[in-house]
Ligand binder design. Sequence first.
Ligand code: SAH
Ligand code: SF4
Ligand code: F3S
Length: 473
Amino acid sequence: MLTKEEDYQKKSLKNLKVKIKEEMKKIFIKTFGCQMNVYDSKRIADLMKKYGYEETDKISEGDIILFNTCHIREKAAEKVFSDLGRAKKVKNVREKQGKDTIIVVMGCVVQAEDDVIIKRAPYVDIALGPLAYHKLPELLKKVLSKRDSEEGNNFGLIDTEFYAEPKFDYLPDNKSQGACSFLAIQEGCDNFCTYCVVPYTRGIEYSRPIEDVLKEAKSLVNTGTLEINLLGQNVNSYHGEDKNGKERNIAYLINKLAEIDGLKRIRYTTSYPADVDDDLIEAHKNIKELMPYLHLPIQAGSDIILKAMNRRYSASEYLRLVEKLLKANSEIGFSSDFIVGFPGESDKDFEKTIRIVNEVKFIQAFSFKYSQRAGTPAAIMKNQIEENVKTERLQILQDLLFSYQNKFNKDCIDKTMPVLFEQKGRHKGQLVGRTPYMQNLYAEADFNCINKLIDVKIIDATTNSLKGEKVKG
Ligand code: SAH
Ligand code: SF4
Ligand code: F3S
């Protein structure tokens, strides 16, 4: 009996066979947005490999040019259209060389704006929502057979279904590409923060079953992964079913993962503060594989703004949570996301964000100007903030955040930390890896140190990276 994935692949492979030439074809993938998109792009590359497409980093080589898009802020979404214009030019050049090019757009922009894509980039061949990308081989087959029967391009192949049957069932085994791998355990979001498009682009929350996650984790570890970063838009509200159909939380899953031989580090991102439960706090105390670094976005320090954002916690609840986590494990460093200039944010509200930063002393952070997203409640709030005020506040906030990041990095000097080396650095003889706190660390080391955890003494630090020396012995 064939599994769903095998059956699907067998059928599609048979139909595609006629199209696959002697040599491997090439797929060029450009990824925008969050880690989930990075994960999805990797999975689509693996899927297309099965269909005879090898990944290339040169757009001009792309028999398929694929953009995996992000809709979170206006700038991110706009970027796609300029890249699409570039892809069209490449397609024209290739056409003159007698080569066909298929342009594919997938991800959150497609989900939100497929009609805009049709209008602004009618030369796009295939558009796929983030929960429909496993359908690419099927739509590709349709485009190719249409190409044979008609002249020109055939736009119109769009799939933005939120497939109830999870896309993960259709993807090949996830194999490691290096020391660190992402593993999506949860997708979608039910929180509906008033500024955010994610619940509309990724749909309602879905948690993958425990056994599926463990199987994927083992496949990654068996092929060289030492560190797994569990992904989800709201990862700590994970509630996947175990073998017996019982719902389990993320702490249970982390405990199970920690039992896998060879898995040295576990991380998870992104967490929603109100959903951190006592089991997860306990896990930070007891599980040595769980890294002492927690991305816990607060967004703003004012309760009025948090309420208007529909975040389900107050600033003091957030601080209490930080305290509880530190009590469980005093080594934890926190990072966060911030939005400045949310509708109605007064100077006083903004000061409260600054106060929170001074209190928690985040070791890393991402901060953004509020961006109006059509279809979200905040986009039509009356009290929108002027652009110059947003710019000013962002500058003040980022200066402060960078100062804490810099201080944390400088305080690491003379300490020894285990570093997981991932790849070659910019300079000869240099490798780059990550500390437990996700800091980039450069050190002189042999090539054979890649994919190994090695003790390194920190000898220098800037805001963005550390320099270290391998500890001998
Ligand atoms: N699920 C995560 C974050 C997902 S989006 C969480 O709830 O924390 C990543 C970050 O983008 C958010 O944390 C937020 O800071 C930012 N963001 C989302 N929508 C935005 C918008 N409309 N304008 C500016 N920043 C936004
Ligand atoms: Fe967006 Fe809020 Fe969900 Fe995060 S929790 S993805 S910010 S709606
Ligand atoms: Fe962007 Fe979609 Fe991720 S909007 S941030 S790619 S979930």
